[in-house]
Each structure stands twice: as C-alpha cells, then as structure tokens.
Design a protein. Structure first.
Length: 215
C-alpha cells in the first residue's frame, strides 16, 4: 500500500491527531535533552548580574506574550481547525500564529537561564519541530480546501506575520473550554523559571558541575 493510500484510509481527524501526537513526543524528547544540557551548563554572566537578570526578565515578558497570544489565537480557531479554514484575526497575518507564539514561549524558557545562546537554541529547536508538523498540516488543508487554501497560502506567510494583510470580523463563535485549555497549557511554560532557578542554586552550591559557559 502506498503512502497516499495509507493516508486516504485514515480519517483526516485521526491523521492530524497522529501528527500532533508525534509532535508532542518530539517536544518531550527535546525538553529532556534541554534539561540535561542545563544541568551542566551555566550562563557566562553570573546570577544577579545586570545582563543575567535583564535576559531573565526579558524571558518572563516573552512567556507572558506566549500565554496571552496562544489564548487569543484559540478564540478564533478553537474547535474549527478541521471543519473550516480560519482566515481572520491573527490567522489573517500568519497561517500559524499559534505556533509563532509557541516559538516565543520557547525563547522565554531559554531566557530563564540568563543566556542569549539558550534563548536562541530553544526557539530554533521549537521551530524545527513545528516546521515538520506544519508541512503535514498544509498537506491536509490543501487536500480539504483546495483552491481556497492555495489562495490563502499565497497571500499569508507561513509563520512571520504580514501585518498589512490584517483582516477581522465583528463576531467570533468560540469554545470557552478550548480557550481556557490553551491558556492553561501556556502556563506550563512558566515552570521553566523555578526549574532553572533550582539548577542555578545547585550549581552555585557545588552540587552540580558546570562544564560549559554560554553567553
């Protein structure tokens, strides 16, 4: 059986769920790897220094933006992702704004370590995972919506927003439960703060060796 036949034999909903499930497992593996790296890595700028604290506070700002942005996107797309093509609000300037805010959240997690390098690495790792997922989702959307999606894809960027394309509607039918779920999921990004602070304490106390210093 060919790949196309296999895809056709699976319902669109089940196929997308499988893609999302693989994404979650990949992110989990990356998270474990990131924690392992943080256990032996420390910022070049010591905790309490201006540069270290500035990066951390910048990261908190990114985390807040991530949580609020993801909830905002879910207001527009919650429960409608497979049923219709959403092209209003944040989806009028970016085809995947929910993922863009996730990149921002990942950068905020990396910034919790007080390092510019970990900030960029976290964002790039998250981008790499979602880029694969988006490719699968675009295949599904193109098959489902045809020329309508092709026109949308030609007008709106995949990730980086084109603000000049902004378009909105007066009312949006949404699912409050999904919005709250998205908001709650976003709050998990904040768990990085106590985790990184605990690792920094173990480094400063000498319980964990520091093998690498990153600016």
């Amino acid at each position: 059986m060919t790949n196309d036949q296999t895809t056709a034999a699976v319902t669109p909903s089940a196929w997308l769920q499988d893609v999302q499930r693989r994404r979650k497992w990949t992110l989990l593996v990356l998270l474990v790897a990131a924690i392992g790296g943080l256990l032996v890595t420390e910022s070049t700028w010591p905790s309490g220094s201006f540069a270290h604290e500035a990066i951390e506070y910048f990261g908190i700002g990114l985390l807040l933006l991530c949580v609020l942005g993801r909830a905002w996107c879910t207001i527009y797309i919650g429960g409608r992702k497979k049923a219709e093509l959403v092209r209003e609000g944040p989806y009028s300037v970016s085809r995947n704004p929910l993922y863009v805010f996730s990149f921002i959240g990942a950068a905020g997690v990396g910034a919790a370590a007080g390092s510019v390098v970990t900030t960029l690495l976290a964002a790039l790792a998250c981008y790499a995972v979602f880029a694969v997922v988006v490719g699968k989702e675009e295949q599904f959307l193109a098959d489902r919506f045809g020329a309508t999606y092709d026109a949308y894809r030609a007008r709106v960027p995949r990730f980086w927003p084109r603000f000049s394309a902004w378009k909105d509607v007066e009312t949006v039918e949404t699912n409050p439960r999904l919005v709250l779920t998205s908001f709650g999921d976003g709050l998990f990004f904040f768990l990085a703060i106590p985790l990184v602070e605990s690792i920094e304490f173990l480094h400063e106390s000498g319980y964990l060796p520091v093998l690498f210093h990153l600016p």
